[in-house]
Write a new protein. Structure first.
Length: 322
């Protein structure tokens, strides 16, 4: 498994406490100790979650030579960081999340100084890892030329690419590559889905995201335009659950609405729940689970994280794959 993204140090501010967390980008995860079972992840939350779900992780990313970069190196003993590039005189990417009563109300990202230094050569120098990966997890924090080269290499080696938009405005970047057809799975949230639909030239009433069923009705109606070449398409709708379109083993499209992983009154923090869900789904697929089984694993990972103050619950482990 492989992950491509920008490494982020997350500064989390809640009502009662502050905390540091790892959030990251490029990572390469392996399953069962064999290079043939690999993944690439975009955030260290996903890397850590995949590792605990039975995927040995190699992280491919870039950090600065500052205090935050040092923090990352000191707290990344659970996965291989040999492919992490240290960029001199540039600050490590940071993300400030303002958490109010369990919900992230604001997110402020500082990453342009470092990301502007990332070029396609970083991807080209790690093509061997991409070639051996089962999945490439690509997020939209990366510069368009880097995303383009990643998708070109993925297409060349016929690799599956899971795209994580990360932000409404950044959703467009994968279309700017001219290689959106190389994406085989995507996981936009509600607002990112509206942006995705607009980029696919599909007229959408914003109220469509009020329920998973209405999202699925739209996807079924406009499947050719919206799904492109994806075989798994997950729209997360917060407390309204998720809408999932996927292809079964016969290549036929199926549609499934998922309930929220946890009742609202039991949620401690939503931070990291989406990443935990995606990690569970991807880990399930890497371990040859069906899409339905993988979605159930993702739901359980999200449920556990929603009940934790951590961005990835410590209760997430490989036993969820049993």
């Amino acid at each position: 498994m492989m992950v491509l993204s920008s490494y982020l140090i997350e500064k989390w501010r809640g009502e009662e406490k502050n905390r540091w967390e790892l959030c990251g980008s490029f990572r390469h995860c392996q399953s069962g100790g064999q290079l043939s079972d690999a993944l690439i992840f975009v955030q260290s939350i996903k890397v850590a979650s995949c590792h605990t779900l039975g995927c040995d992780s190699i992280f491919i990313s870039a950090i600065g030579d500052d205090q935050n970069g040092q923090f990352f190196r000191q707290h990344s003993d659970r996965f291989d960081t040999n492919r992490v590039k240290v960029v001199p005189h540039k600050p490590t990417c940071t993300y400030l999340a303002v958490n109010v009563r369990g919900n992230v109300k604001y997110g402020i990202v500082t990453c342009e100084p470092l990301l502007s230094c990332l070029t396609p050569s970083l991807i080209e120098s790690n093509e061997d890892a991409l070639e051996s990966a089962d999945f490439i997890l690509l997020d939209a924090n990366l510069p368009v030329p880097v995303m383009t080269r990643t998708l070109e290499i993925a297409k060349k080696h016929e690799k599956q690419v899971w795209f994580e938009p990360t932000d409404i405005e950044k959703t467009k970047k994968v279309f700017d590559t001219g290689m959106v057809g190389a994406v085989t799975a995507a996981s936009p949230n509600a607002n990112e889905f509206l942006k995705w639909a607009k980029l696919c030239h599909v007229s959408v009433d914003p109220s469509v995201i009020d329920s998973a069923d209405s999202v699925l009705e739209l996807i079924e109606k406009e499947k050719t335009k919206l799904l492109l070449n994806t075989s798994v398409f997950v729209v997360t709708l917060s407390n309204k659950g998720s809408a999932v379109a996927y292809r079964n083993k016969l290549g036929q499209l199926e549609y499934q609405s998922l309930p929220p992983p946890l009742h609202m009154d039991k949620i401690i923090s939503v931070s990291g729940a989406g990443d935990s869900f995606n990690s569970g789904v991807i880990a399930g697929l890497v371990h040859n689970k069906t899409v339905v089984e993988s979605l159930q694993i993702g739901q359980e990972c999200a449920r556990l994280t929603l009940q934790s103050t951590l961005a990835a619950s410590e209760a997430i482990s490989s036993h969820l794959l049993a």
